[in-house]
Design a protein around this ligand. Structure first.
Ligand code: ATP
Ligand code: MG
Length: 275
């Protein structure tokens, strides 16, 4: 579990994150949504310790990242898997070598053990057949899967994904979402996904946090997102044509149901008169 308390970040006086409180549970996919520039990536970077917040606290299962000693931060980093925006693979290394890389950096496993663990993770993302290919020889969706295999190779307790399915076709995007969901539940990881894709929210978002202009505007379950009362969230969700159409269709169906119910009522009344 990760707990964020009063997290704020300013860049030269400009407030990007404003006093955010949030709790991210283990074994579920937590999704941070918000429009472009709302502070999602900055929040993720603060959470993993890539940039220092201006104020606030970040507890990893009770351990506060803020004020942690360097050695402890290094140990914590070992428990963190990160999926960067774009796959960020090494071009000159094969798929398998890319996945083995964190093991070379952070583990004491010998070469055979490293290979075995990397092969296991590649199998988990259905890419065993691509182990010896170079990144330039595989598709965008496959690159994301390699990046996921690399992110989980150290058996992380915490997984952070920044826009994991951007630039992918809807079907491949859904596959990546489902992979993240399955890995999260299988290995009981605390997963935080940053996205502005409403499809991802509906597919895999167990807990959804909506950030607008650096403020946490709303938090809830994916089932509540569509009918939330918050106006800013409503504008964000229904900025997507598809969701607007779904909402309109729901409205039409509801209207139709009212008409049917009214007619049924009318029918009952006339039945009574006849009787
Ligand atoms: N290192 C930095 N120095 C100054 N300002 C920054 C820095 N990083 C981010 N910002 C500013 O913080 C704001 C939020 O940026 P952020 O990258 O978090 O947006 P985002 O919600 O991830 O958007 P997107 O959906 O487009 O990725 C922006 O106004 C951005 O210019
Ligand atoms: Mg971003």
């Amino acid at each position: 579990m990760i707990e964020v308390k009063n997290l704020s970040k300013e860049f030269e006086g400009e407030i990007v994150l404003n006093n955010i409180d949030a709790t991210f549970q283990k074994g579920v996919v937590n999704i941070i949504i918000g429009k472009s520039g709302s502070g999602k990536s900055v929040m993720l970077k603060c959470l993993v310790g890539l940039i220092p917040p201006t104020s606030g606290e970040i507890f990893y299962d009770g351990r506060n990242l803020i004020g942690m000693r360097a050695g402890e931060v290094r140990r914590l980093r070992r428990d963190i898997g990160m999926l960067f925006q774009g796959a960020a693979l090494f071009d000159s290394r094969t798929v398998l070598e890319n996945v083995m890389f964190p093991l070379e950096m952070f583990s004491r496993k010998n070469k055979r053990e490293r290979r075995k663990r990397a092969e296991f993770c590649l199998e988990r993302v259905n890419l065993s057949h691509a182990a010896d290919l170079l990144p330039s020889e595989i598709s965008g969706g496959m690159k994301k899967r390699v990046a996921i295999a690399r992110a989980i190779v150290l058996n992380p307790k915490y997984l952070f994904c920044d826009e994991p399915n951007s630039g992918l076709d809807p079907k491949t995007a859904q596959m990546i979402d489902e992979l993240i969901y399955d890995i999260t539940t299988d290995f009981s990881i605390t997963t935080i996904v940053v996205s502005h894709d409403m499809n991802s929210v509906i597919n895999i978002g167990d807990n959804v946090i909506f950030i607008n202009e650096g403020i946490k505007e709303w938090e809830g379950a994916k089932t509540e997102v569509m009918n939330a009362e918050n106006e800013k969230l409503h504008d964000f969700v229904f900025a997507s044509d598809l969701f607007k159409k779904i909402k309109e269709a729901e409205g039409i169906i509801a209207e139709d149901e009212k008409v049917v119910a009214a007619k049924a009522e009318e029918g009952k009344k006339s039945d009574k008169i006849i009787n």
